[in-house]
Design a binder for this molecule. Structure first.
Ligand code: MN
Ligand code: MN
Length: 446
């Protein structure tokens, strides 16, 4: 990072504050949105009114403040990039792919099908990207790209190369690529000190270059298809100046709420900086996640110094304005945990951490599985399918993949026992455990 770049961006502390705002904002949107992932707007209204508290639950049965793959895959990527820099293999895509494997082997609470397929392909043949495929149009590469942005802030060529390389490990699709680069450009401009008008200009340029991303008038779809995701993210990011309003707006659209929430949180968090994030939300984040994010971000700009790691309680130090240079700020934070350690189940906190989430988790009744209704455009058959993230489902009657989805209509619990059982068997075969409760997961053969 050149001194000129840093001076133009407003100095170390300003850049760190915005970077931390983006990264913590991503985790906050993920933690908030996961509660209502795969629900419809109407179901959210019926159950929560406006959903605006980090309470966990959701179809993944999370603890309050727990995050999902959006955040933990980002941490895996960030970990790989930092390790590469330390070990003299900077921006090495093999390290990134290895980190995704380690993340996956850590039994993450959730893993989209496209991510899993890409990781399995890499394990099978060592290839760092698959062939360009229609099935790769999900948002899984987009959701985790922030660390690639942070690693390449002053280098346009490296930003594009690393972003696309990390994306293609699991997602090879032109619209995914365009989204990864497009939102990445907005964040890196924000981190470099661009004001809101300049960021808006970049958003406009993205939509002009990729008309599919047009979000005005807002089409109202918030699925895991990368086009729907980008439209939703841009709409709520641009519609609200306030971080909380923007994230709450996005997650209350339901559907892929944790991912839209995470990405709005990233953009709005870069805009307001870590100090502008809602304190009570940050206090709810799992301490290990908060710590890993803070240490990854700090490691990038404070190399060789003690990280400005916030004390556990309400993320004290840094967020209360006592930066690393300030007396009483900073302090050692211990060793950063590997991102893969964070991906599985509930994370144990220290005693100091426990007090921050000692309130009883709200009981959120959630239907067990994301099962959607489809209509086949070819043979008109109507059927329901269990789908995950970016799966490209096919008609069971004629095999066509041109399907019309009844957005997020989840079948009533009584009708889905057979599908649930099949989904669980499939999950066990494939090695991901989204469909198991924590207690069931503990009983699985290792
Ligand atoms: Mn997720
Ligand atoms: Mn999601």
């Amino acid at each position: 990072m050149s001194a000129d770049w840093m001076a133009a961006a407003g100095g170390h502390e300003a850049v760190l504050d915005r970077a931390l705002g983006a990264y913590l904002g991503l985790a906050l949107g993920d933690a908030l949105g996961a509660t209502v992932e795969f629900m419809t707007r109407r179901e959210i209204v019926a159950r929560h009114g406006v959903h605006r508290r980090i309470v966990g639950g959701g179809w993944l049965k999370l603890e309050p403040g727990q995050v999902t793959d959006d955040t933990t895959m980002s941490l895996a990527l960030g970990d790989a990039l930092l390790r590469g820099e330390r070990e003299g293999r900077p921006q090495d895509t093999t390290l990134i792919a290895d980190a995704y494997v380690a993340w996956w082997r850590g039994k993450p609470v959730d893993c989209g099908n496209t991510c899993r397929r890409g990781i399995q392909r890499y394990l099978r043949d060592g290839s760092l990207e698959g062939v360009c495929s229609d099935g790769d149009g999900g948002n899984g590469a987009l959701m985790r790209n922030l660390p690639a942005v942070l690693a390449t802030l002053a280098d346009d060529e490296a930003f594009e190369r690393v972003s696309i390389a990390q994306a293609h490990v699991t997602h090879h699709h032109p619209l995914s690529d365009a989204a990864v680069l497009g939102l990445g450009r907005v964040v890196r401009a924000q981190l470099a000190g661009a004001d809101d008008a300049a960021a808006a200009t970049l958003v406009d340029a993205l939509v002009a270059a990729v008309p599919a991303f047009r979000y005005t008038p807002y089409p109202g779809r918030a699925s895991g298809y990368v086009v729907d995701t980008v439209q939703t993210v841009l709409h709520f990011y641009r519609a609200h100046d306030d971080f909380e309003d923007a994230v709450v707006g996005a997650v209350n659209q339901g559907d892929d709420a944790d991912t839209t929430g995470a990405l709005v949180g990233m953009l709005a968090g870069a805009r307001c900086g870590a100090r502008g994030l809602p304190r009570d939300w940050v206090a709810r984040l799992k301490p290990d996640v908060r710590r890993a994010i803070t240490e990854q971000t700090a490691a990038r700009w404070w190399r060789g110094r003690a990280p400005p790691f916030p004390r556990h309680r309400a993320a004290g130090g840094w967020l209360t304005g006592r930066g690393p240079g300030a007396p009483g700020g900073g302090g050692g934070g211990g060793v950063c945990r590997r991102a893969s350690d964070l991906s599985g189940g509930p994370v144990e906190g220290s005693n100091a951490c426990r007090s921050s989430h000692s309130r009883t988790p709200a009981r959120v009744k959630v239907r067990p599985m994301p099962i959607y209704d489809y209509r086949c455009k070819a043979c008109q058959a109507e059927f329901e399918l269990l789908v995950r993230g970016a799966t490209a489902p096919a008609c069971p009657t004629c095999g066509a993949t041109e399907l019309e989805r009844a957005l997020s209509r989840i079948a009533p619990a009584g009708r889905i026992a057979g599908v649930v059982a099949a989904g669980r068997r499939q999950a066990a075969r494939e090695g991901h455990f989204s469909h198991y409760s924590p207690s069931e997961r503990a009983k699985l053969p290792k």
